[in-house]
Design a protein around this ligand. Structure first.
Ligand SMILES: [Zn+2]
Length: 280
């Protein structure tokens, strides 16, 4: 497991300011939730609490909660945000159960186009690569499933199939959702930028910390083979756009750790994005 601190490090929690764990005041760290679904789920420690990214199943919600309580020694009321990199079922399927376990102040974060999905003004993107690109990723990701709930979403929203792409039944109240524009900062997570990284879908976003050179990239880049070379996702809405996104990121950011939507996080040098492989 790759994370910002030894996995069993206990964090002293500041009981005076319950949103500010002492050990996290100087660092913005990412914790990888152990395999718990088809997609990877991460917990970011900010200066005023936590952000959970991409809890994609009931099992992911449970595993993230367990990591927060047992590994970080923090209550779920410390979770300020539960965020999705994009509106696909394997990334949003555990947001409702996790939100229900958090405090009343916790907010859900979605990319701006998701607002239009939920109001019926826009459909999910049609995807290419169903037969060539998706099966190997799904089969490899399925090896990380531990329990039935790891594969069970709390909602059928976010399935990019033509007959289902209008399904937007949610397992959480829309009043708890925010749609921050890309480029915006988040209170308590000042070092983290929300980057527009379209291509896999038009709403795809990534989270990038310049301070720690960490990139949580959703389904932009995959790392299933654990060989230290990420792969540009060929299962996508628009291959020209996803390639443009990668080229743009190479010129604008310099991550040294990438946390992918599927596969294991890995570290590299400042030019690690130059090594991303395109397989089409
Ligand atoms: Zn996706």
């Amino acid at each position: 497991m790759l994370c910002g601190a030894p996995r069993h490090t206990r964090v002293v929690y500041d009981v005076v300011n319950t949103s500010c764990p002492i050990a996290f005041q100087r660092f913005f760290m990412v914790y990888t939730v152990p395999s718990c679904g088809f997609a990877r789920c991460y917990v970011i420690a900010g200066s005023r609490g936590l952000m959970v990214v991409d809890p994609g199943s009931r099992g992911a919600a449970r595993a993230a909660a367990r990591l927060i309580r047992q590994e970080l020694g923090m209550p779920l009321t410390a979770v300020r945000y539960v965020a999705a990199t994009h509106f696909h079922i394997d990334h949003i399927g555990g947001m409702g159960p996790l939100l229900a376990a958090c405090g009343p102040e916790t907010r859900l974060l979605f990319p701006p186009p998701v607002h239009d999905y939920l109001t019926g003004r826009r459909r999910l993107n049609r995807m290419a690569g169903w037969l060539s690109a998706l099966p190997p990723v799904t089969l490899a990701a399925a090896r990380g499933l531990r329990r039935l709930e790891d594969a069970l979403p709390a909602t059928l929203a976010g399935i990019p199939l033509p007959l289902l792409h209008r399904r937007t039944e949610l397992s959480f109240p829309v009043e708890r959702c925010d749609f921050p524009r890309t480029g915006a900062g988040l209170p308590g997570f000042a070092d983290w930028e929300i980057l527009a990284t379209p291509g896999h879908t038009e709403d795809s976003t990534s989270f990038y910390s310049r301070e720690t050179a960490a990139l949580i990239c959703g389904d932009l880049i995959l790392h299933m083979k654990q060989d230290g070379r990420g792969v540009l996702n060929a299962f996508c809405w628009n291959r020209d756009v996803i390639l443009d996104t990668l080229v743009r990121l190479r010129h604008t950011i310099a991550p040294r750790t990438v946390y992918p939507g599927h596969g294991e996080p890995w570290e590299g040098g400042e030019r690690m994005l130059d090594n991303i492989v395109k397989q089409w």
